[in-house]
Write a protein that binds this ligand. Sequence first.
Ligand SMILES: [Zn+2]
Length: 61
Amino acid sequence: MDKDIKYCDHCGLAVEVEGFELKTKQGDKRFCCEGCKGIYQMLHEALLQQGANDESEPTRS
Ligand SMILES: [Zn+2]
């Protein structure tokens, strides 16, 4: 049996409850609780912002 233990990307504790996840430009992050997720979200707001123009933007002329 695999024990695929994840660790909180904010505080480093083992993640025992699923569901506190964020998708970022650097991949999915997991957190042990809503609090850690919220703090990470504030600290890394730029990383989380969608719609960055690294892909070609549709332009109309
Ligand atoms: Zn945590």
